[in-house]
Design a binder for this molecule. Structure first.
Ligand SMILES: *Cc1c(COP(=O)(O)O)cnc(C)c1O
Length: 388
């Protein structure tokens, strides 16, 4: 975007020098990390244990300690983490799995790939996470379609934890498994509960642009349930327990590369610092923008890693264009609810539709957010939005 000649011309015409600004600045983080990552990779190359090497076990131990969960099982990516969780929960054909319609496609995609039926639910206006009341209504809809209400996947959108106390009550009432899609929220918390301890099972992603990202694809399943953990452990290795003579079930190949585990061990060490920096940046955005846009707020007791800093504006497209002309990148997460996209439009939705999701799709705008965003750059973004 920053090399687009039209963008440069616009910025020059506006009398400003187009300076490069990243939406997520992984190079700034790399400078902070120093040579630790290169040395960690070199150790893996020297040992040659590229699949399920000792760094994978060590990373799982450190992630479990970080979030206070009994089991962390690393896998290939956050989408596989969802598929593994559904398979481990015995969910498949004839089962309804309730998902918010305002989320990334992977949440619903995993349900379809597991053989179950996604049922789309609306989200809360306040946090953009799945609405427990809409969920309760959608359960009735699934029953009329003769589907078993089997599971809910709550998504901690933009880093903000879903309303787990309310969701746990609805899930219990209908005998459903509760899966937390924490691809955007590892490192967040709700009261005294770190993300990793909500629901029956939690999934996360280490995609490079996530708050805790590696340098490729990666993910993890997190649970306190010994039975679910055992099934995921077998399932990620083609359905065979380590050293077992036979394949006990049909699984998949979903392992985290040892190199990525070694990188994540280095990044996890600076993650608490980065979380604090993200909160400072979110506070500064809120102070500079609260009177001209709807800024995100935290539910009582909630802590967010701010995977995205997403404001709401009536003239979202105009603001995005003005910022782009000044060399400031923004993104729209998400422009269309899943149930209105070709891949998913034939699946059932909650009766009454998803008015909150529809409205969010028209008004959301995500601003540059990473732990290394400078005060100067942030002031530029705030000033640009104010003048737009
Ligand atoms: C990124 C993301 C995923 C998928 O993670 P991958 O590692 O890219 O497969 C799933 N759900 C949500 C909400 C995400 O943001």
């Amino acid at each position: 975007m920053r090399d687009d000649p039209a963008t440069k011309a616009d910025a020059l015409a506006a009398g400003r020098r187009p300076a490069a600004m990243a939406f997520v600045d992984l190079q700034a983080q790399r400078r902070r990390l120093g040579t630790g990552v290169e040395r960690a990779i070199a150790r893996v190359l020297d040992r040659g244990s590229f699949i399920m090497g000792p760094e994978v076990v060590e990373l799982e131990r450190r992630l479990a300690a970080f979030c206070g969960a009994r089991h962390v099982l690393a896998c290939a990516n956050g989408t596989d983490a969802l598929i593994l969780s559904l398979l481990a929960g015995g969910i498949g054909r004839g089962d309804a799995v309730f998902v918010p319609t305002f989320t990334f496609a992977a949440t619903a995609e995993a349900v379809v790939l597991a053989g179950a039926t996604p049922v789309f639910v609306d989200v809360l206006e306040s946090s953009a996470t799945i609405d427990p009341a809409s969920l309760d209504t959608a359960v009735g809809r699934a029953r009329t379609l003769h589907l078993r209400a089997a599971a809910v996947i709550a998504v901690d959108l933009f880093g903000h934890p879903a309303d787990y106390p309310a969701l746990e009550a609805v899930a219990r009432k209908h005998g459903m498994m509760l899966i937390a899609d924490a691809a955007q929220s590892f490192g967040s918390a709700l009261g005294s509960r770190p993300v990793g301890t909500m629901g029956d099972i939690v999934t996360t992603s280490f995609y490079p642009a996530k708050p805790l990202g590696c340098y490729g694809d990666g993910g993890a399943v997190i649970t306190d349930d010994d039975g679910l953990a055992d099934r995921v452990r077998i399932m990620r290795l083609h359905g065979r327990a380590a050293h077992a003579p036979e394949h006990s079930c049909v699984g998949l190949n979903s392992r985290l590369d040892t190199i990525q585990a070694a990188i994540l061990i280095e990044k996890l060490a600076i993650f608490p610092d980065e979380i604090a920096a993200r909160q400072r940046i979110a506070d500064r955005y809120a102070a500079g923008l609260h009177d001209i846009a709807r800024v995100p707020t935290l539910a009582p007791g909630a802590r967010s890693v701010w995977a995205q800093y997403t404001i709401r504006l009536r003239d979202r497209d105009l603001a995005a264009a003005r910022l782009a002309a000044l060399g400031i990148p923004t993104a729209v997460y998400y422009a269309r609810p899943l149930h209105r996209q070709a891949a998913f439009h034939l699946f059932p939705t909650v009766p009454g539709g998803s008015p909150v999701s529809d409205h969010l799709c028209e008004t959301v705008l995500s601003l540059p957010m990473h732990a290394y965003l400078s005060v100067e750059d942030q002031d530029r973004i705030i000033a640009a939005l104010r003048s737009a």
